[in-house]
Structure formats: C-alpha cells, structure tokens
Write a protein that binds this ligand. Sequence first.
Ligand code: UDP
Ligand code: MG
Length: 317
Amino acid sequence: MVTLSVVTPMFNEREAVDQFVGRLRPALDGLGDSYEVIAVDDGSSDATVSRLMQLRVDWPQLRVVALRRNVGHQTALRAGLKAAQGDYVVSIDADLQDPPEVIGEMLAAARSEKVDVVYGVRSDRSTDTAFKRNTAGLYYWMMRRLVGPWVSDQAGDFRLMSRAVVDVLNELPEPRPVYRLVVPSLGFSSAEVGYVREERVAGETKYPLSRMIRLTFDSITGFSASPLKIATWLGLFSFLLCVVLIVTGLVAWGSGATVPGWTSLYIAVLLLGGVQLICLGLLGEYVGRIYAASQGRPAYLVAFDTASAQTAHPLSG
Ligand code: UDP
Ligand code: MG
C-alpha cells in the first residue's frame, strides 16, 4: 500500500513533462511518505507517452496509464482515480499551473485537521488571461446557484482526497462527472490551502472555448433537471390561459359576434395545445426521475453512527 497517489492527466504535454517531473519528484521525495505518480496520457498525439516511458526507467514510482484516444480532462482524471491505490489521492495539472510543492501542505492539512478533502484554492489568478478569468467567474457564479453555496469559486481540480472520497467517486455510474462540483456536493469535511496560480510552463492551453462550453453543459445537466421541467410549467400556464380564452370564445359565440365554425376550431386548437404541453411536461418529470436514478449519486453519506463500532473516517484514527 502507498500513502499518496498523485494523478495527473496529460494531453500533448511533451513540452511541459520534463519540467513538471523535475519539480514534482523532489517535492514528493521530500515528503517522507510512500507515493505513486499516475500519469494518465489522454490520447496524446505528440511524444508524451514515449517520454514518460523513458522517465519511468529511473523513477519506479511513476506509473503510466495510456488511454487509447483523447477523452477529455475530467474523464482522464476518472481513469487516474480508478487506478490510484493510495490512502490519499491528489489530482494535479501537468503544466505546473498547480505548484507540486503545495502537495505537502495539503497532506499535512488533511492529517492535522483530520479532513477528507483539501482544496487547492487559487489566491491569485493574475497569470490567467482576462478572458479565462471572466468566463471562469461566470461559470462559478452559475454553479453556486445551481449546485449550492459550498462550491468554492476559486477551486479547480487541484485537490487532495482521502480514500473514502475516492471510493465514493469511483462508484458513480454517471457518464461524465464534473469532479470540481461532485466532490463538494458529497459533503465530506474539508480544508483549503491557498496557492498562486502560475503561468503554464510550456505549450498552450488544452481547454479551447468548445471544451469550456462542453464542461458547462456537463455541469448544468449533471446537477439540474430544471430545463426538463420547463415544459410542465409552460403547460400548466398555457392550459390556464386556454381555459380563460375558451370562456371568452364561448361568450363571443353566445353574443353571435363570430363567423360560423370559428368557436369550435378555436377551442379545439387551444385544448389540444394545452394538453400536449402538459403531457410533454409529464414526460419531462419522468425523464427527470430516470436521470436522477441513473446518476446513482448517494442520497446521503453517514459521517458516523454511534451504533457501529467503526468510525466512518478510518484515516482520522
Ligand atoms: N488535459 C487532458 N485532456 C484534455 C485536455 C487537457 O488530460 O483533453 C490535461 C492537460 O494536459 C493538463 C490539464 O488537463 O494537465 C489541464 O489542462 P490545461 O492546462 O490545458 O487547461 P487550463 O489550465 O488552460 O484550464
Ligand atoms: Mg493549465
């Protein structure tokens, strides 16, 4: 068993990998704990894998998990979490934007404060572009409203998690969990460690606008079925409106102020429209329930129970 697993997804990071390893290795060697590094190659088309295989020769703690094709940052992370065996697991980017030296602080915080999650919180993002900062600000603002106030607006995917958390994450059957939202929503005890977001050390961002939009859609549909429920409210509203309009139609007919045939057509169109929307909303409600069930998220997690001998958090001793 190892104490610490460091998971790092890499997509075309050939230019960054040497500098990354150059800083990661001394940081981990200095900890005095056993560790493993799991580099998940996310279907790179450059020489990332072959370079990793070379580095492995004199760094036995480095394990390379190569995915067959590019599946995206979050899914690559998922492969890494599955492979990790440590009591604690840290996820970190390979471009040195997350300083490896902070891992030691995270581990110390997890132990001294006896918490299950330690978030790396960006205390300074000035090295990110204004565009990145603004879009990220908008994203976190939206997610706090959708998911809950416990989503920190400066916490990305640089975090440490205990085995208990990783086990829960690995059980999730949902297709593309957005970890930065799922982890806080589980409600494990947590602490924060601040760090300065550095500039990408080499290469360029692997998160173009299209991927940021993809992440946003996954985040919304991953946490809310409310778009599905719009039809229900629309249906109810228009049905009520139809009832009023039908009454006015009948009154007009009674006073003889209509063309023959108009009233029956008018009523038929309104009724059918309202009924259809309500049925659509009803379908949405059921799909919403199927969706929630298919996500398989735990409805609750017990922190401890006085009736059971074991504490829920084996690491807290
Ligand atoms: N990454 C990945 N697969 C992808 C895109 C990115 O594994 O399809 C990795 C990338 O190699 C890096 C991390 O995810 O280690 C964060 O990506 P990046 O630094 O490009 O994102 P940014 O910091 O610009 O948001
Ligand atoms: Mg980066």
